[in-house]
Design a protein around this ligand. Structure first.
Ligand SMILES: Cc1ncc(COP(=O)(O)O)c(C=O)c1O
Length: 382
């Protein structure tokens, strides 16, 4: 079956209840939601509403209709950034954002003349909230930070940044791609106005699911216009949530799978999940240090990172190591550039890339032992 260590890209395997729910829905229901009034379509509506409610509760949010479903966090972030930022606006972000944020901001800079302040993180990926406060000016329209870096794993001080944003009455958008499901997130306590999440990583749901939670009263323009199932004679996108921002047929089978994965996480408890992952991260950090000529990036502290560890082996190309791990040892991980050029700039790997392991809830210490044994053999060659 191989050893899967690419959970930062997408989690696998999923809990069995997820596969079962998707299959069951497709075989026994298969109807669209928000469109029909026959019994099966009403059942779809119920499943969608229940999932909105479950997601809202999961992040301690009290308004399920402002949980907007998207196809992934890239769409959620595009929706928020394009929907809020206008000509001449100023935005504050970190120097280690994923391209889902960074390319979107650069495009808005080119096409709409927004200005961007990039807060420099330390080489380990830490941002000082004070720098965020100092960067605020009277044109600042939004602050956007990832909750954890997809290259270094470093967890951002979102609660403190959110507090600053609140004080200055600026909306705070959080990219929770690497944390949702693996690390507790509380929209109220963490001072989050807009929470973007993806369903297929640590939330353990199917690909093609994600969302944006809108804990903010300001205006977000829809990214898309189209059918919502209601008000069909009205010629514009309706103004009320979720239809204002959610249009076209929803991925009901995927969302039904996400519903089960979140129930699974609730049952296991996020504390237990975080604790297990954290222990494997600590174990991996220690064991990887045994590999000759290894350079590990990031804080090297299991309390400060999620299950993401990046490294290189001196004089070995990351892609070659990744290829050998896969072809000879059946170990799957990511090697190269990881959709975050700024983070690679920071650690000096923009030209050479790096190897990244993504530890998930279904990994065990033995997976790390096998990885380390394989890396030891690879480093012995020439
Ligand atoms: C921090 C971060 N943001 C955004 C994304 C994009 O996720 P998706 O492909 O699910 O839209 C990722 C995925 O790698 C990520 O790690």
């Amino acid at each position: 079956m191989g050893i899967y260590l690419d959970n930062a890209a997408t989690s696998w395997p999923k809990p069995k209840v997820v596969y079962d729910a998707v299959y069951d829905f497709m075989i026994n229901n298969g109807t669209s939601s928000g469109r029909g009034s026959y019994k099966k379509a009403m059942e779809s509506d119920r499943l969608i509403y229940e999932t909105r409610k479950l997601i809202a509760q999961f992040f301690n949010f009290n308004d399920p209709k402002k949980v907007i479903f998207t196809s992934n966090i890239t769409e959620s972030l595009n929706l928020a950034l394009n929907g809020i930022l206008e000509n001449g606006d100023h935005v504050i972000t970190s120097s280690i954002e994923h391209n889902a944020v960074w390319r979107c901001l650069k495009t808005l800079e080119r096409d709409k003349g927004i200005t961007i302040t990039k807060i420099n993180a330390t080489k380990d990926g830490f941002t000082n909230p004070k720098d965020v406060e100092e960067a605020i000016n009277d044109k600042t329209k939004l602050i956007i930070f990832n909750h954890a870096s997809n290259v270094l794993g470093t967890i951002s001080p979102i609660r403190d940044i959110g507090k600053i944003a609140r004080t200055h009455n600026i909306p705070f958008l959080v990219d929770a791609a690497q944390t949702a499901g693996a690390y507790p997130i509380d929209i109220q306590e963490d001072n989050i106005d807009l929470l973007a999440f993806t369903g297929h990583k640590s939330l353990l749901g199917p690909m093609g699911t994600g969302g944006l939670i809108v804990n903010w009263d300001g205006d977000i323009k829809p990214l898309k216009s189209g059918g919502t199932g209601g008000d069909s004679a009205y010629e514009y996108q309706p103004d009320y949530y979720p239809n204002r921002l959610e249009t076209g047929t929803l991925n009901v089978s995927g969302i039904v799978g996400l519903r089960e994965s979140i129930k699974f996480i609730n049952k296991e408890t996020i504390e237990k999940i975080h604790d297990k992952e954290s222990k494997i991260v600590e174990y991996a950090l220690n064991r990887l240090e045994e590999v000759k000529d290894i350079e590990i990036y990031g804080p090297k502290d299991s309390e400060k990172i999620v299950g993401v560890i990046s490294f290189n082996i001196k004089n070995k190309r990351a892609e070659n190591v990744g290829y050998e791990l896969d072809s000879k040892y059946d170990i799957m991980l990511r090697a190269g550039l990881h959709c975050s050029p700024n983070a690679h700039d920071l650690i000096g790997t923009k030209e050479i890339g790096c190897i990244r392991i993504g530890i998930g809830y279904f990994n065990e210490k033995e997976d790390i032992d096998k990885l380390v044994a394989a890396l030891n053999e690879i480093t012995l060659q020439n």
